[in-house]
Design a protein around this ligand. Sequence first.
Ligand SMILES: *[C@@H]1O[C@H](CO)[C@@H](O)[C@H](O)[C@H]1NC(C)=O
Ligand SMILES: *[C@@H]1O[C@H](CO)[C@@H](O)[C@H](O)[C@H]1NC(C)=O
Length: 302
Amino acid sequence: MSADQKPLGFIYQFAAGAIAGVSEILVMYPLDVVKTRIQLQAGGATGADAYTGMVDCFQKIVRNEGFSRLYRGIEAPILMEAPKRATKFAANDSWGKFYRDLFGVAKANQSLSILTGATAGATEAFVVVPFELVKIRLQDKASAGKYTSSLDALTKIIKNEGPLALYNGLESTLWRHILWNAGYFGCIFQVRELLPKTDKKGMQTLNEMLAGATGGTVGTILNTPMDVVKSRIQNSPKVAGSIPKYNWAWPSIALVMKEEGFGALYKGFIPKVLRLGPGGGILLVVYTNVMDMFRRMQNPVA
Ligand SMILES: *[C@@H]1O[C@H](CO)[C@@H](O)[C@H](O)[C@H]1NC(C)=O
Ligand SMILES: *[C@@H]1O[C@H](CO)[C@@H](O)[C@H](O)[C@H]1NC(C)=O
């Protein structure tokens, strides 16, 4: 990755981000299935079919139900996550160039990386809000009988609440993505600076894995409270003439903290960080490698 090479265009960044996103899901999805199985197993389950831990669960699923069971239901996450990850990386690179030109500098520094990540996060938020809204509505227990599928939910929300309702929760989603991406790209910059430079391919991969996983973990620590209030804001249908209990992001955080305590803001943190920490590392490793490959394809002699 030498700086003297001609930068690749948006379409390459977008493609590399999409490939990184799909790879991350292919690796992490089976873990998600295993996690769900263990969570669903009633306490004190015994017998040959009971899972004693993650590895045991993994082996039993493969042995008793077949390998493909580990990938059941993966279509929806791929369709939803790949465009998100593609937007994330392409937006980071494009905004990075914009800010370098704006400030007239040749290289990013720590504050510029955080600013670039934050702006990329805001861009990403516009892409994801409608997807997130439909997902939250479908996942809510109370809405079980209300919608039959994603498409049904989408149609009903537009018909009953108007197309703008799809952008319900835009503000909290903006904050959620601004915080995650500022943490992610900001940490990647910092960790890359701190780690010793190396020419060995294996060490480079390890460094990138470490930088990305740190970024993913810090991003998740920063944005989990926003995720909690975003779900609540998006799950409150707009009723004319009344102000919803959860309306704006930061006041909602204060309200949750007052009514339920600080811990409530970190609901669901452990499974999230177990996914997004290592996942952030995989994303970065695949993204950098695919971009390097694109560069070599364009510049075979370089
Ligand atoms: C994000 O963009 C900046 C600025 O263009 C760039 O230096 C950095 O490498 C990008 N981060 C990643 C993880 O691609
Ligand atoms: C990073 O670069 C910008 C633009 O040149 C500058 O304003 C800012 O102070 C720099 N930040 C650090 C931490 O050096």
